[in-house]
Ligand binder design. Structure first.
Ligand code: FE2
Length: 278
């Protein structure tokens, strides 16, 4: 039987951002997300409260990679073997925050995705709750993207958003019981749309918004509630224009049918999310 990312209970452990101005971006995350920064060769590590971001010096701004942790060494090894059997090239290196038990693959759009194990390093706790939780990509070929993540990596589809012509415009996929750990929007470009921190409750969203307000960081969207995933949200952006979501109450999916939602801007509910098709 095929072993999947879902079987390994994979969760988004850290991400890497490439930037032309690493020090400024590191300072932004240090303040905005209450992280501790540590200088490394070629960039910075920002961490605290289960939020981990690698900032890498680069000629252009873009996503460096996304890194998923498996629940244990056995699941990591079986997952790697399964990917290789499916013809996916798995390469181990020392560029991520994982230890030697790591490998990366390139997805169908060329996004670099690591799988590894949490090192359980001691890191700074935080006065604001919100572990890193999901990443959302954009793709010019969403059908292909979904096929890769489902058939090759073993994510499960939670929800689909379709336009009037029946074309898939957004897909939410999970690698554990959280509604989505990866989502993807159909777009004119491939790349990063946003990444999200799960604060847990509305109270924490409010605390985060108060914190942003004190730092004079404007919300760019929200607070609101999404349709798919039913999560509360507020968005800011960093100095490079990367969108950051603070989320709460994200649906936990045990087993249910895939939900389908209409892609119609005029069907936004009071909180800003799409209303589910009956
Ligand atoms: Fe999101």
């Amino acid at each position: 039987m095929s072993y999947t990312a879902f079987n390994s209970n994979a969760y988004l452990h850290h991400i890497a951002l490439k930037t032309r101005r690493p020090l400024e971006l590191a300072k932004f995350y240090e303040n905005a997300l209450c992280l501790e920064k540590r200088r490394i060769s070629g960039g910075w590590i920002l961490s605290g409260g289960n939020r981990r971001i690698l900032i890498l010096n680069n000629k252009t701004n873009s996503l460096g990679f996304a890194a998923f942790a498996c629940q244990d060494l056995h699941s990591f090894k079986v997952l790697k073997r399964n990917f290789i059997e499916k013809g996916i090239k798995a390469t181990q290196d020392d560029a991520s925050l994982f230890d030697k038990d790591n490998f990366f693959i390139l997805d169908c759009d060329g996004n670099k995705i690591y799988f590894g194990l949490n090192k359980n390093r001691k890191e700074k706790s935080s006065s604001l709750n919100g572990p890193l939780q999901h990443i959302t990509f954009t793709s010019t070929n969403l059908d292909n993207f979904v096929q890769f993540y489902v058939d090759k990596l073993g994510f499960k589809i939670s929800d689909k958003v379709m336009n009037k012509e029946g074309k898939l415009t957004t897909c939410f996929m999970r690698s554990n019981q959280e509604h989505h750990t990866v989502a993807c929007f159909l777009s004119s470009e491939c790349g990063l749309d946003h990444f999200s921190f799960e604060a847990g409750t509305w109270e924490w969203i409010k605390n985060w918004c108060d914190h942003f307000s004190k730092l004079n960081i404007q919300l760019i969207w929200g607070p609101g509630r999404h349709g798919p995933g039913n999560n509360l949200f507020a968005f800011i952006e960093d100095i490079d224009g990367n969108k950051i979501e603070i989320s709460a109450e994200l649906e936990i999916v045990h087993d249910r049918q895939i939900k389908r939602w209409p892609h119609e801007p005029n069907t936004l509910n009071l909180w800003g999310g799409a209303i589910m098709r009956s």
